[in-house]
Design a protein around this ligand. Sequence first.
Ligand SMILES: C[S@@+](CC[C@H](N)C(=O)[O-])C[C@H]1O[C@@H](n2cnc3c(N)ncnc32)[C@H](O)[C@@H]1O
Length: 416
Amino acid sequence: MDRSLKVISSLIFIHCSEEDIYLQFVLQKLSRKLLIKMEYIHMKGGDEDTSYARNSTFQRNLMSKSSSKLEEAVRKVVLLCLNQKTLISSSIGVADLGCASGPNAFILLSDIIHAINKICSSDEIELLPELRLSLNDLPGNDFNSIFASLPDFYSTIKPDNGGIGGCFVSCVAGTFYGRLFPRRSLHLVHSSTSLHWLSQVPPELQNSGEHLNKGNTYISKSSAECVREAYLRQFQKDFFSFLRCRADEMVPGGQMVLSFIGRVSPDPAAPEAAQAWEILAQALITMASRGKLEEEKIDAFNAPYYAASAAEVEAVILQEGSFAADCLQEYEVRWDQGFHDDGDQSRVLMTKGQRFGRMARAVAEPMIEWSFGFGEDDMDELFQVYDNLVDDHFAGAGAAAPYFINLHLSLTRKDN
Ligand SMILES: C[S@@+](CC[C@H](N)C(=O)[O-])C[C@H]1O[C@@H](n2cnc3c(N)ncnc32)[C@H](O)[C@@H]1O
């Protein structure tokens, strides 16, 4: 079935012009069908205790580290529109890719609106521009909770609250590794803590008929060279597609602000890139030893994830050629960062392992449920094991707490 859909969709690509709206619609439907197998990548929806909405302070902190770069990008966009005399005559197109659900998506939109207001008032621009704000994620995302929060969001940005000229929010379901928006419709693209997710598990690891990465859930010290290479190839292919699609969708001079998990070490199995997955593998192996799943399922599982190095990211940007990199920075983010300031009193007695485990569960639960068929009780047990392992890890690490590397990139769409 998958194969025939692929053939039909590539035929449509060959035989239709991009302007043919009906065929584009059919094509979108087909590519969604092809994507169904990756629908397990989404954060845990709703607003219960284990949801992403209630466990995303970590990602919120990462996002806030890019706020000065975001403000800089907004300034460039406002100046671009002023120079082209389009600031008031047409709207500014903004997209947040991989928005998930919960407060973070709206915090970002508010930050952008605030930055535009600030720049317009400091430059004495009286008529404020109109904004098209698009929130994107995969179809399995909890868009319903975003829709439900929209009225509150709109009420906070009314003109009498010092808000923008007009602001129109839409949600776009689909993969950011494909086209999502019309040509040259976006001025500013943002994505935070999302681009380390690949479009798929590298096909070499799924289709070879044997388990090439036995006992691991991601690249680890024991992974063969062919596993490391397969992951790198998948990242290169995906990031190239991401840039090529955005190049089509953005206006020349448009700005892109991206941040995602990466690494500083040349070794893809370095702790900053692989430790959290190794702990998940250990927790799954413990569950297998308790008879809760077959080990074979762990051998068959590989995370669709890649923590790239700055050099790997830069090489793809150069190869693709549509963007100039204004800034590429790496910084360390401790696993326990922000625990003390998330304002949730009910969690002050929790261990670091439990708090990190909450965040990891909100991110990984849909994927684990789909891959291992765990129900609520098994999931609770798995994450109790996981939390204890993370606590052991903190205890062993002493003052040098485990950390991720966050890569930050500011890019300008070139005039080509
Ligand atoms: C950790 S969340 C980050 C959410 C939000 N940006 C934040 O900072 O809180 C990563 C999001 O990326 C989304 N994602 C992963 N792969 C994607 C893809 N190919 N296309 C669109 N969204 C994707 C996931 O569904 C998830 O909601």
